[in-house]
Design a binder for this molecule. Structure first.
Ligand SMILES: Cc1cc2nc3c(=O)[nH]c(=O)nc-3n(C[C@H](O)[C@H](O)[C@H](O)COP(=O)(O)OP(=O)(O)OC[C@H]3O[C@@H](n4cnc5c(N)ncnc54)[C@H](O)[C@@H]3O)c2cc1C
Length: 456
């Protein structure tokens, strides 16, 4: 065996596993294999001038590389069991919160100190939401911002790089079960260890499916979240974002009784493209640096689609809808809310006449040609419900970008140690389907590292 522990993927899950192993068991030989680049070499070619939209690079700098999908994220660490994953179902609610706080402490000691922790506890908005058929979820939110998040990641890497072997631009192609451990194969050879932690995130979802098939690990895939990203003047939500930063609000539609929820709120942020396996969807983030702040706030409105037997490919469903928007718009489509309600497409003229200046150069179009009616009706209803607590949300000029899709990796069958039916093979982070956030993914990394340390 070349190593004691092999980690596949250097997103938050993999990073916090590696960091915990280095701190608590420095005698262990650890290797991290990452499909993408080092943090400093991660550059998305879209510059708004020469390259205006996604050119589908070999590995996407936004999604792959040290820091994973979280590297250029808004760095919002939500400390809660209410959303962001179901880690608590495996390790218990108290343990999950303890580990999320532990991760927060590490972030604070690596450049995050001074950033603000927001909380919904005791907030007056809970009542306001309830009075308007909206439900505000409980959470504490540490907002690092894209810039501080980057610094924290760079500091963590600097501390680890002389103790842990990092292999960048080295996607793992397959995992084999061998006597006493695992062999991972890449384009230039292979590597072996008794313990293997797989943390390949959303971008590794397709590959993860293949691994599960080849190793007979049971999986379940029945959920995808589909919706739009809303962009409006920051003043409209400022009473909420100034005190809570991010408010996770759920609305139950009166028409279909579907739950529509706000997701990933970015005050004074920007809307960005996201590329998952060649399909361009929309996302958003914001900076902590006042100079980088925009005049707009953006957030997603998502509807969760749960499928039942015999349909198993929920991600395939989400991809087809995203592909449709890519087919019509060459990427992401943007539409004014007023145009959507009037049943007409937005065009460049109507957009330029609007009061909201888009922060993403997307193609003006018609989202009703892309999103299923039920989902679109739910989103329109939610926008009107939000208008009651944040008047102006339903203004004609509010921008909707589509589509935003939250692909949930299929849920991998794991035990309470996040271990597969193969002893010593752990699957963590978003790639396991157990987590879908920075804090949960990071906490799962620490948890598994501690389990391995107990055993080795
Ligand atoms: C624009 C954006 C903004 C976001 N904002 C937030 C936010 O504010 N708050 C929040 O909680 N979450 C946010 N998220 C989600 C968050 O980034 C993820 O939940 C988190 O990064 C998951 O961590 P992970 O380690 O499980 O996976 P990832 O971060 O996806 O990392 C997986 C890593 O594995 C690598 N990999 C994949 N396959 C292989 C392979 N075969 N071999 C080797 N390496 C491989 C990938 O290159 C990647 O670097 C955001 C995501 C995006 C894209």
């Amino acid at each position: 065996m070349n190593y004691d522990v092999i980690i596949i993927g250097a997103g938050p899950g993999g990073i916090f596993s590696a960091y915990e192993l280095m701190k608590k068991a420095p005698q262990l030989k650890v290797a991290v294999f990452e499909a993408g680049n080092t943090l400093d070499k991660r550059h998305c070619p879209i510059d708004g001038k020469n390259v205006k939209s996604c050119i589908k690079c070999k590995t996407c700098s936004i999604m792959n590389g040290f820091g994973g999908a979280g590297a250029f994220s808004d760095g919002k660490y939500n400390i809660t069991n209410d959303f962001g994953g179901t880690l608590y179902q495996y390790i218990g609610k108290d343990k999950a919160i303890e580990l999320m706080n532990y991760v927060d402490d590490i972030n604070m000691s690596h450049g995050g100190e001074g950033t603000k922790m927001f909380t919904t506890a005791g907030s007056e908005f809970k009542k306001l939401c309830m009075q308007n058929k909206l439900h505000l979820l409980d959470a504490s939110v540490r907002h690092l911002g894209t810039d501080i998040n980057y610094i924290v990641l760079q500091n963590l890497f600097n501390e680890m790089k002389d103790h842990i072997d990092f292999f960048f631009n080295t996607p793992i192609r397959s995992i084999e079960v061998i006597d006493g451990g695992y062999r991972v194969n890449h384009d230039n050879g292979s590597c072996e260890a008794p313990k293997c932690i797989v943390s390949v995130g959303r971008s590794g979802s397709k590959w993860m499916e293949e691994v599960c098939k080849s190793l007979n690990i049971d999986t379940l895939s029945n959920r995808v979240d589909i919706g739009v990203r809303v962009e409006l003047p920051a003043e409209i939500f400022s009473h909420l974002t100034d005190s809570l930063y991010e408010s996770k609000i759920v609305y139950r539609t009166s028409k279909f009784e579907d739950a529509v929820r706000t997701f990933c709120m970015n005050p004074h942020g920007i809307v960005v493209n996201e590329n998952t396996n060649g399909i361009v969807t929309v996302n958003g983030h914001s900076f902590e640096d006042p100079k980088m702040k925009t005049e707009n706030t953006n957030f997603a409105l998502l509807v969760a689609k749960h499928f039942s037997e015999p349909f198993k490919d929920s991600n395939g469903y989400g991809e087809s809808i995203a592909r449709l928007s890519n087919m019509l718009g060459g990427g992401v489509i943007v539409q004014r809310f007023g145009d959507l309600e009037r049943g007409r497409r937005s065009n460049a003229k109507r957009l330029s006449e609007g009061m909201v200046r888009p922060t993403l150069d997307a193609t003006p179009g018609d989202l009703s040609l892309v999103l299923p009616k039920r989902i679109l009706d739910g989103i329109i209803e939610m926008i009107h419900a939000l208008d009651k607590i944040a008047p102006g949300t339903a203004n004609d000029d509010t921008l909707l970008y589509g589509v935003e899709v939250k692909f949930y990796n299929m849920e991998v069958k794991l035990d309470e140690n996040l271990e597969t039916n193969h002893k010593g093979l752990y699957i963590i982070g978003d790639g396991s389907g157990v987590t879908h956030s920075l804090s949960h993914a990071s906490a799962s990394g620490v948890f598994v590292a501690d389990k391995i340390i107990e055993q080795l």
